[in-house]
Design a protein around this ligand. Structure first.
Ligand code: SF4
Length: 267
């Protein structure tokens, strides 16, 4: 069987150079995903409509990001779009622009591809004045570099490849009650199930994200704290070390769906 999914998220690293009050992940950890887990995941999945690289701050793991790119090329996994949010604090603009341009080349859609910068008030208040100025300069410089050096101004839906993620109005209302925002977040993260379609030899799972953590845990959805990713049974699909082939992953997602559809029916 082949596996096609709507959204694949790879948590590149739990390292971070900020301590945002609203961070749904919780405290940063000195963990970066192993190359072995990256390679295996990109061999198990045949197509992802979007690949998101998450964290932590993903740009602190540029070697891992490059390894992910190579696995997409050589590992049989095709991707439609590439998406990665950065806090923009200490990025190497030239390196990130070059990386994004090379990821863009291997995506077959690019309708929602991009590198948005976190501009919500919680990130911004964590910066000193000088750091905020630097983040703002990095943002403008990455936009300009992509547009003028790589011809990547807008994606195929006409949206800039670099934009300000989380504007002031939406950020506070949507805080999840997870991680550092456990006590003051506004909403609990719901448990979702995947919708399934079957076309010949391909199984397609839609709606929620398949999230591979840097600890090797595969969970459903990406709005969870590190603690819940590692310990909350309801959201765990499998540990990647326990899967031998794509059929094992498909079976694990179906088992996850079955377990949670029963739970959701009784809510
Ligand atoms: S919200 Fe992002 S930048 Fe802020 S501490 Fe969490 S992972 Fe780091």
């Amino acid at each position: 069987m082949e596996l096609s999914i709507n959204s694949l998220v790879i948590e590149a690293s739990r390292k971070c150079n900020m301590k945002c009050q609203h961070c749904l992940r919780g405290a940063a950890q000195r963990k970066t995903i192993s190359n072995h887990h990256v390679r295996k995941m990109l061999e198990l999945v045949d197509y992802a409509s979007s690949l998101t690289i998450g964290g932590g701050e993903p740009t602190l793991a540029m070697d891992t990001l490059e390894y992910i790119r190579q696995c997409v090329i050589y590992g049989n996994c095709d991707i439609g779009n590439f998406f990665m949010v950065t806090n923009g604090k200490s990025i190497n603009v030239a390196e990130l622009a070059d990386y994004f341009a090379r990821m863009h080349m291997i995506c077959d859609d690019n309708e929602i591809s991009g590198v948005p910068f976190s501009f919500d008030p919680y990130h911004t208040e964590t910066f000193t004045w000088a750091q905020k100025e630097k983040r703002d300069r990095n943002y403008e410089k990455l936009k300009e570099t992509l547009e003028y050096e790589y011809g990547l101004g807008e994606n195929s839906s006409g949206k800039d490849y670099v934009w300000k993620h989380s504007n002031e109005e939406m950020s506070t209302r949507n805080l999840k009650s997870e991680g550092r925002a456990k006590e003051f977040g506004y909403s609990d993260t719901p448990v979702y199930t995947f919708e399934e379609d079957e076309y010949g030899d391909t199984v397609s799972f839609n709606e929620t994200e398949l999230y591979l953590s840097s600890t090797g845990q595969i969970v459903a959805g990406c709005n969870w704290s590190y603690h819940n990713i590692d310990h909350k049974k309801e959201i765990q699909i499998a540990h990647i070390d326990d899967l031998n082939c794509t059929d094992d992953l498909i079976a694990a997602i179906r088992e996850y769906n079955k377990k949670n559809e029963e739970v959701l029916e009784t809510v």
